[in-house]
Design a protein around this ligand. Structure first.
Ligand code: COS
Length: 390
C-alpha cells in the first residue's frame, strides 16, 4: 500500500483527540487486521472474534455515552466516522462488525430507558453482546412506513408475528432492535421499536443470505414471539422516528466506510502505476493515468468533506442532520464506487482476479449504495429537505 494521505486530519472539523484516535487505531489495525480473515472463513465466527477484539482494545466504547463506560458525553460522530474509515481500509468485515455494534445499539443509546441502557450497552461495548437492527422486510425496504410485522398488546406483553429480512447479524446477534406495527395510527405513526433477545421463544433465523462480500446476513421469523412491554424503546408509535433519528447518526458513517474503501483503492492503484512499465514508460507517467488518478483524489476529498461536515454538524448539537447525512452517504458511496472501478481498470487483469485487493474492494463497496437507504432514497430525502414535502 502507498503512504496514507492524512492531511485531512488537519481540517478544522477535528480536535487533537481525533488525531490521536486516528493514529492509535491505525497502529492497532495494521497489526491486528493486516491479514484480514480469509473470505472462506466462517463469517459468523469471524464477526464474534472481531467484536471481542474490538471490544478488548476499547474501540467499541466509542458507540456508548460516557455515563455507561463510553468515551464521550454523547455519541461523537466524528470518532465513529474516523473508526469506520480506518477499519474499512483494512477489513470490510471489521468495519461491518464495528458498524453493527453502533447501529444495533443506537436506538437504545438515543431513546432507551436507563434500565435498558444498563442491561445492554456495557456488554455491547465489550463485544460480549452482538447487536443488530431489524427494520427491513421483503415488501418494506425503502418504504419503511409500509412494514407489516405485527406487535399485538396482550396484558404486560406484546406478541410479535411476521418476518424481517436483509438483517445484518441475523443468527449471530444476542438481541435485535426490531421495528413492528403496533397500530396507533396508519403508516409511519403506527410503528414501535422493541428489544428482542435472540433466545426469545418464537424468534428464529429462517434463511441465510449470501451477498457480494462476506457479511452475516439473514432473515428472521417471528412466530407468536412474546416480548415484555418493558422491552419497548420509547413509547408506542415512536418507532419510525426512532429508526430515522438513528439512521441520521449512522448514515454519515456509511459514507466514512466508503471513504475507507476508496482511500485503500487509491493507495493500491498509486503504488501499482508507479511500478508498472508498459510501452517503455511507467504507467504513472502516462497522461491518461494522471487524469484518472486526479479524479480519484478529487472525489475522495469531496466525499471526506461531506462526511466530516455531517459528523461535525451533528457533534456540535444540531437537532436534525438529515440533509447533511444523506448528502454524505449518497456522495461518498457513489464516489467510492467510481474510485474503486478506476483502480480496477488501472490494475487491468489483476484488478478482476479473485483475491486481489481491488477486486475485493469492488465487491465490498457495492452494498453500501443500497443499505441504510439506497442512493435514490437519499436523493428523495435531500429533495424534501430543500423543497419541503409539497
Ligand atoms: N428524524 C426525525 N423524524 C423524521 C425523520 C428524521 N430523520 N425523517 C422523517 N421523520 C418524521 C417526519 O417529520 C414525519 O413526521 P410528521 O408527520 O410529524 O412531520 C414522519 O417521520 C414521517 O416522515 P415522512 O413523511 O418523510 O415518511 P415517508 O414514509 O415518506 O418516508 C423515507 C421517508 C423514504 C425517507 C424513509 O422511509 C426512509 O428513510 N427510507 C429508507 C429506509 C432505510 O434506510 N432502510 C434501510 C434499513 S436499515 S439497513
Amino acid at each position: 500500500m502507498n503512504a496514507l494521505d492524512t492531511t485531512f486530519l488537519s481540517w478544522p472539523f477535528f480536535e487533537p483527540r481525533h488525531r490521536s484516535l486516528a493514529a492509535e487505531l491505525e497502529q492497532w489495525a495494521r497489526v491486528q487486521l493486516g491479514t484480514a480473515p480469509a473470505e472462506d472463513d466462517d463469517v459468523d465466527a469471524s464477526v464474534r472474534d472481531l467484536a471481542a477484539r474490538l471490544g478488548a482494545a476499547g474501540w467499541l466504547r466509542y458507540v456508548l455515552p460516557k455515563a455507561l463506560g463510553g468515551v464521550s458525553e454523547r455519541l461523537d460522530v466524528r470518532s465513529l466516522c474516523l473508526i469506520r474509515e480506518t477499519l474499512a481500509r483494512y477489513s470490510g468485515l471489521a468495519d461491518f462488525t464495528f458498524a453493527m455494534q453502533g447501529l444495533g445499539s443506537g436506538p437504545i443509546t438515543l431513546f432507551g430507558s436507563p434500565q435498558q441502557q444498563q442491561r445492554y450497552l456495557p456488554e455491547i461495548a465489550t463485544g460480549r453482546r452482538i447487536a443488530a437492527f431489524a427494520l427491513s422486510e421483503h415488501a418494506a425496504g425503502s418504504d419503511v412506513a409500509a412494514l407489516s410485522c405485527i406487535a399485538r398488546r396482550e396484558g404486560e406483553d406484546y406478541i410479535l408475528d411476521g418476518s424481517k429480512t436483509w438483517i445484518s447479524n441475523a443468527g449471530v446477534a444476542s438481541q435485535y432492535v426490531l421495528f413492528a406495527r403496533t397500530g396507533e395510527a396508519p403508516g409511519a405513526k403506527g410503528l414501535s421499536a422493541f428489544i428482542v433477545d435472540a433466545d426469545t421463544p418464537g424468534l428464529g433465523t429462517s434463511e441465510r443470505i449470501e451477498v457480494t462480500a462476506p457479511h452475516a446476513l439473514g432473515t428472521l421469523r417471528l412466530d407468536s414471539c412474546r416480548v415484555s412491554a418493558r422491552n419497548m424503546i420509547g413509547s408506542p408509535g415512536q418507532g419510525f422516528r426512532i429508526a430515522m433519528a438513528t439512521l441520521d447518526v449512522f448514515r454519515a458513517t456509511v459514507g466514512a466506510a466508503a471513504l475507507g474503501f476508496a482511500r485503500r483503492a487509491l493507495a493500491e492503484a498509486a503504488a501499482h502505476v508507479r511500478e508498472r512499465v508498459l510501452f517503455g514508460s511507467r504507467l504513472s507517467q502516462m497522461q491518461a493515468t494522471r487524469m484518472r488518478v486526479s479524479d480519484m483524489a478529487l472525489e475522495i476529498d469531496a466525499a471526506a468533506l461531506l462526511v466530516y461536515r455531517a459528523a461535525w454538524v451533528k457533534d456540535f448539537g444540531a437537532e436534525r442532520v438529515t440533509r447533511e447525512a444523506s448528502m454524505a452517504k449518497l456522495y461518498a458511496t457513489e464516489a467510492a464506487q467510481r474510485v474503486i472501478d478506476s483502480a480496477v481498470q488501472l490494475f487491468g487483469g489483476i484488478g478482476v482476479t479473485r483475491g486481489s485487493t481491488v477486486e475485493r474492494l469492488y465487491r465490498e463497496i457495492r452494498p453500501l449504495r443500497i443499505y441504510e437507504g439506497t442512493s435514490e432514497i437519499q436523493k428523495l430525502v435531500i429533495a424534501t429537505q430543500v423543497l419541503g414535502a409539497d
